[in-house]
Ligand binder design. Structure first.
Ligand SMILES: *Cc1c(COP(=O)(O)O)cnc(C)c1O
Length: 400
C-alpha cells in the first residue's frame, strides 16, 4: 500500500480577493472595528450584515471565537451562576468550557450511535433537572432529528442555543442550522468552514438578547455602529447593566472572511464531493459503520466519522498507528488521555463527573478524520483505501 503524503491540517490558501481586502485594511491602519471615518461601515459590520443575510437571521454579532460566542450567548440569555446547562456528552472542549466560563454547570446528555444528542435522555434529564438551557452541539456536523428536538424544547420550555461550529451552511428540512432556537454560535477558526485563524459569529432574531450580547462583546457605547443590530432604543434597557467582556472581532479578520463567505456554498459542495468519495471507499469494509445521512439533513462534509463497534482499546490503538504509518491521521475518541484537539467527557475534570455508559460505548469505537479542501478526489480515494486496508485484520476477525 502506497503511503499518503497529504496534510490533514493544511487548509486552502486565502485567495487574491481576501489578500487584497486584508492589504487595504492594513494600509488604512483602521483595524479596530469602531475606528471608522465619517459614515463608513467597518468590515466587521459588513461581515455581520453579510452573515445575517446568509443565515436568514435578523441580527448577527462578529466576535473573538466560537467558544466566546457560546459563553456570551448563555450570559445574554440570562444564565445564573451555578445554573445547569444541558449539553451533549460528546462535543469539543470549548463547549463545556463556555458553559463554565458563563458560570453554568454542564449537565451532560447521552449521544446515540449516530453521534447526535439522545433525545430520550434529553427529555428525561430536562424533566429531572428542570434545567432552563440547552446548549446543543451539532458535533462534527451531525444534526439530530430537529423536528423532534424542537418539540422537546417547546414542551419543556427550554432556551435553545446551538453550537454550529461544524454546521455552518447545514440545514434540516430546509431550515438552516442555528435558526432553531434563541441563537446560533459559529466559529471561523482555521479548521471550520471559514478561516480567519480565530473568530466567532453569533446570530439571533431576539432584539434584547442581541443588544445584551453586543454590549457584553465590548461595544462600549458604540453599539450604533454595528451592522446587523437591533435599534438604539433596545439598548437603553441594557446598556448600563451589562458588563463589558471584550471579545470583539477586528476588521482584518472580517475583511478576509467576507470573500470566503461569498463562496461558502461552493466550498460546501466541494467538501461533500470529498465526503462522498471517502464514504464510498469505506462502504464495503465489513463491520465498519458510517452514519446514514437522513433525507431531511443537508450537511457539510468537512470531516468524516466511522465506527468499528466492539473494537477493544488495544486493537483501536493498533488500527490508528497502522493508518498513521501510511500517512492517514485518524482521531479516536475512545482514548483515556486527550490527544490534540480530541478529548472526551472523562477528561473535563472541572465538570462534575457524570456516568454516560451509552456515550462511552459509542466513543470506544468512534474514529474521525478531517477532509480539508486541499485534498483532491483522488486523495480521498487513496485515504479510504488505506483505512480499509488497516481495518482489514479487524474486519476479518469480525467476519469469522
Ligand atoms: C471548534 C469548535 C467550537 C468552538 O470553536 P473556537 O475554537 O472557540 O472558535 C465549538 N464547538 C465545536 C464542536 C467545535 O468543534
Amino acid at each position: 500500500m502506497q503511503p499518503f503524503t497529504g496534510s490533514f491540517t493544511q487548509q486552502e490558501a486565502l485567495d487574491d480577493e481576501a489578500i487584497l481586502a486584508a492589504t487595504e485594511v492594513l494600509r488604512s491602519g483602521r483595524l479596530h472595528r469602531y475606528n471608522t471615518v465619517a459614515d463608513e461601515l467597518s468590515q466587521a459590520s459588513q461581515l455581520e450584515q453579510a452573515f445575517a443575510a446568509y443565515q436568514g437571521s435578523r441580527y448577527c454579532l462578529a466576535c473573538a471565537s466560537g467558544g466566546y460566542a457560546m459563553a456570551i450567548a448563555l450570559r445574554a440569555a440570562g444564565l445564573q451562576q451555578g445554573e445547569a446547562v444541558l449539553t451533549n456528552g460528546f462535543t469539543l472542549a470549548p463547549v463545556p468550557g463556555a458553559i463554565t466560563a458563563a458560570g453554568g454547570k454542564p449537565l451532560l446528555v447521552e449521544i446515540t450511535e449516530d453521534m447526535v444528542i439522545d433525545l430520550a435522555d434529553l427529555e428525561r434529564k430536562a424533566l429531572e433537572s428542570q434545567a432552563r438551557f440547552l446548549l446543543l452541539s451539532n458535533m462534527r456536523g451531525h444534526l439530530a432529528d430537529m423536528d423532534h428536538l424542537s418539540e422537546i424544547v417547546r414542551k419543556h420550555g427550554l432556551i435553545l442555543i446551538e453550537d454550529c461550529a461544524h454546521t455552518m451552511g447545514a440545514a434540516w428540512n430546509g431550515i438552516k442550522s442555528g435558526n432553531f432556537g434563541l441563537a446560533g454560535c459559529f466559529s471561523t477558526q482555521t479548521y471550520k468552514h471559514l478561516n480567519s485563524g480565530e473568530g466567532g459569529l453569533l446570530t439571533s432574531d431576539d432584539p434584547e438578547f442581541m443588544a445584551r450580547a453586543i454590549i457584553l462583546s465590548g461595544s462600549y457605547m458604540l453599539y450604533e455602529r454595528h451592522g446587523a443590530a437591533p435599534p438604539p432604543q433596545v439598548f437603553e434597557q441594557v446598556r448600563l447593566e451589562t458588563p463589558n467582556m471584550s471579545g470583539r472581532m477586528d476588521n482584518l479578520r472580517a475583511a478576509i472572511l467576507l470573500p470566503q463567505l461569498a463562496r461558502l456554498d461552493e466550498s460546501i459542495e466541494r467538501w461533500n464531493q470529498r465526503y462522498r468519495e471517502v464514504e464510498q471507499g469505506l462502504a464495503g469494509v465489513y463491520g465498519l459503520l458510517l452514519r446514514h445521512r437522513p433525507d431531511q439533513e443537508s450537511f457539510v462534509g468537512s470531516s468524516i466519522q466511522f465506527r468499528l463497534p466492539g473494537i477493544d482499546a488495544a486493537a483501536a490503538r493498533t488500527f490508528v498507528a497502522d493508518a498513521k504509518a501510511l500517512g492517514v491521521e485518524l482521531k479516536w475518541f475512545g482514548n483515556d488521555d486527550p490527544v490534540g484537539f480530541t478529548s472526551n467527557h472523562h477528561s473535563w475534570r472541572y465538570v462534575e463527573a457524570q456516568p454516560l455508559p451509552g456515550t462511552d460505548r459509542v466513543l470506544a469505537g468512534l474514529f474521525d478524520m478531517r477532509l480539508p479542501l486541499t485534498f483532491s478526489l483522488e486523495d480521498c480515494r487513496h485515504v479510504a483505501a488505506i483505512i480499509a486496508h488497516c481495518a482489514a485484520p479487524w474486519a476479518m476477525a469480525q467476519a469469522s
